[in-house]
Ligand binder design. Structure first.
Ligand SMILES: [Zn+2]
Length: 413
């Protein structure tokens, strides 16, 4: 996908296809001439691209009834229930499987929790949950164009193998092939932050962005970078691991072997560690102490909620986290000159974190990139990675000459 030259015809064809499809999806119903205006493509290119989308049954023609004012132009819309896509998000201790339409509407989703790192167990859980979902919804396999899977780890360039997922304790597992073999459907696997970046570009706040960076703050911290419409993968597929950018060379040792990595100061574990340290040394946070007294694990949501009620200790914890997030994002702003940085995760929903982060980014970034960058929390909530799986599937499908997702084609590219 990224290896194609920006100027070759396959790339242009794909850009035109994606642009046309997205515009039809965005407007609901639109005529060919309106499409030419909205996309900036020539009438001939629009006709050719629409013909291809019609042939593949991704879109359909509607409404050309004769009225008193004559026959209105034929409208185009995404074929709503002709095909389906399946999105799977795997994280530590849970999976979510969703069935969606081609417009990215989630029809139904199932969440299943588990307490193991065992790859075969999680693989079987994914297989059974997808199979159950399709059966329950009465969806034929032939009508499912593909399965997109998001994982918190590094995935190889061909989207087949999870090379390293430290939080799941997985190394070099052939997740895509294993799922394909058992489900008889084409599968693409990608990193969670990468697909989240695609979700923002396709469905979220980054539709107009030229260079978009998504910062995923969860059990770890990872980023996805979208340049124009393409994910930036790097030569091995692992680009965006900015959580392992060292912000303190003398800081604590990280699981990656380096020291003082950004994620050690800014991910969810860092927030919890900060809270435990504060609670061990202070009795000034009645709210957080009462949560601890309930003898259940303190969560990031508890801390964010306590901060929102004005609990001074919690405010200090989330502010400090916002400060560290800002330091890392300032490095990203200086290094990549993005026009949009979108932050996802439960912590990003806190206005206190967001305010502090924004202040630090403006204070520490160089003037020129700082003037252009817009910071925003994700508007896609906890479904951002699922939506990203849909974007990944659509992006790959529209790139391919056949109507079906051919993962051999992805492998060869
Ligand atoms: Zn690290």
């Amino acid at each position: 996908m990224t290896s194609t030259s920006k100027f070759d015809s396959a790339y242009l064809r794909r850009v035109n296809c994606v642009k046309t499809f997205c515009t039809i999806r965005e407007y609901g119903r639109i005529s060919r001439s309106e499409l030419a205006v909205k996309t900036g493509l020539s009438r001939a290119t629009v006709s050719e691209t629409v013909r291809e989308l019609l042939e593949r049954e991704f879109v359909r023609e509607v409404g050309s009834e004769i009225t008193s004012r004559g026959r209105p132009p034929v409208q185009l819309e995404v074929n709503p229930l002709r095909f389906y896509l399946v999105a799977v998000e795997i994280d530590v201790g849970w999976i979510v499987v969703a069935l969606t339409t081609l417009v990215g509407e989630i029809l139904v989703k199932h969440r299943v929790e588990f307490r193991t790192y065992d790859y075969d167990f999680v693989l079987n859980l994914c297989v059974n949950t997808v199979a159950h979902l399709l059966e329950e919804q009465g969806v034929r396999r032939d009508d499912v164009l593909g399965i997109g899977v998001a994982v918190p780890g590094q995935v190889n360039l061909n989207r087949r193998v999870v090379n390293f997922a430290p939080n799941l304790d997985w190394k070099d597992v052939s997740l895509a092939n294993d799922l394909e073999r058992q489900l008889s459907l084409p599968v693409l696997v990608s990193n969670e932050a990468m697909v989240a970046a695609m979700a923002e570009k396709w469905f979220g706040r980054g539709k107009e962005a030229g260079v978009l960076v998504y910062v995923s703050v969860k059990g770890g911290l990872g980023c996805g970078i979208v340049n124009d419409r393409s994910l930036f993968l790097g030569v091995s597929g692992s680009a965006g691991e900015l959580g392992h950018m060292s912000i303190d060379p003398n800081g604590p040792e990280c699981s990656c072997g380096s020291r003082g990595c950004w994620e050690a100061y800014a991910d969810e574990q860092a927030i919890l560690d900060r809270a435990f340290r504060a609670l061990n040394t202070s009795k000034e946070s009645p709210l957080l102490h009462s949560r601890m007294a309930e003898k259940r694990r303190l969560t990031v949501d508890d801390i964010v909620y306590a901060a929102s009620t004005g609990d001074a200790t919690a405010v200090q914890i989330v502010k400090e986290t916002g400060w560290y997030l800002g330091v890392g994002i300032a490095n990203i702003v200086n290094g990549l000159n993005p026009d949009m940085v979108i932050v996802g995760g439960r912590i990003a929903a806190s206005p206190i974190v967001f305010g502090e982060m924004t202040r630090v980014v403006q204070e520490r970034s160089l003037k020129i990139p700082a003037e252009r960058v817009c910071l925003a929390p994700t508007g896609l909530g906890e479904e951002v990675a699922l939506m990203g799986c849909i974007a990944l599937l659509l992006d790959t499908l529209l790139e391919q000459p056949e109507g079906r997702l051919n993962t051999d084609y992805v492998r060869a590219n």
